[in-house]
Design a protein around this ligand. Structure first.
Ligand code: LIP
Length: 270
């Protein structure tokens, strides 16, 4: 970060304002009925008119508030960010299938990155209004209240959240991994939105989370919330969180969980 980089608290204030307006749009469009449904990578990888409208709204709002910044969004992509500048990483509606079915587990996920490191983040459940925020070094909050993640130390007692890709071949590999893992933990939960999964892990609603195949917009914001809640967030074999694997777990579980996931080749497969 350079000394001209704005204070993370200022970036968070902008992120919260923009995310709340975006979540209102997502919720009101859902109330009117889902429209403009098309598919992307597979017949089950849907995108709706709301995903596109919310992303356009956020991009326009950020351009007005911070014209020199760049944005990487799920639906319209984005460019790289000059060194020291702010890049916003956006999933306009994370949990799109939940949104399609009206399940109240979908979120606007927005993070501000400087030189590839998230410094401010907001995840707002557009259906319930629950909001998770974090700044790097400033802690994590849900609806303003400080968060502390699970202190679980025994993997066999851990409630673990995960998710699955849209491609059938990848899902088959993920199912094989799950078949081997499920007897080694308390139980598994699958909620359908990575950003919210990471926030639920941050507040101890589950002990740990892992998923292969996420994009930056799925985990940039939730990953900072989880980190600031005291969790270890990373990939397997010492790699950073990324498309191969995102794991969020208490320090005592991160090693045992990632070791098992590596043994089961969870980052492998299609
Ligand atoms: C979703 C992720 C979720 C994953 C789904 C999908 P989307 O993102 O948040 O964790 O399991 O397959 O990728 O498509 O709703 O933005």
């Amino acid at each position: 970060m350079t000394d001209t980089t704005p204070d993370p608290a200022q970036l968070l204030a902008i992120a919260v304002t923009v995310a709340r307006e975006a979540a209102d749009t997502a919720r009101s469009m859902r109330a009117e009925g889902v429209s403009g449904v098309t598919t992307k990578s597979t017949a089950t990888d849907v995108v709706t008119a709301a995903d596109r409208a919310v992303e356009r709204q956020v991009v326009a709002a950020l351009a007005a508030l911070r014209p020199g910044d760049t944005v990487l969004g799920e639906e319209y992509g984005g460019s790289g960010a000059p060194e020291g500048s702010v890049r916003w990483v956006l999933d306009p509606i994370d949990g799109t299938v939940n949104y399609l079915y009206g399940l109240p587990q979908y979120a606007v996920s927005l993070a501000a990155e400087v030189d590839g490191v998230a410094v401010a983040a907001v995840v707002r459940n557009a259906a319930t209004g629950d909001e998770w925020t974090a700044t790097r070094g400033g802690g994590a909050r849900r609806n303003g209240r400080p968060l502390r993640a699970s202190a679980q130390t025994d993997l066999s007692q851990a409630l673990v959240a995960t998710g699955f890709g849209y491609d059938a071949k990848r899902r088959a590999h993920q199912a094989e991994v799950l078949t081997r893992l499920i007897t080694r933990v308390r139980d598994i939960r699958r909620f359908g939105a990575a950003a919210l999964d990471l926030c639920l892990t941050a507040e101890g609603a589950v002990d740990a989370y892992f998923e292969k195949g996420l994009n930056a917009w799925d985990h940039a914001a939730g990953g900072l919330v989880a980190t600031e809640a005291g969790l270890v967030v990373g990939g397997l074999d010492g790699r950073p969180a990324g498309p191969d694997m995102v794991v969020a777990a208490p320090p005592a579980l991160f090693g045992p969980l990632t070791d098992l996931l590596a043994e089961f080749d969870a980052a492998g497969g299609p």
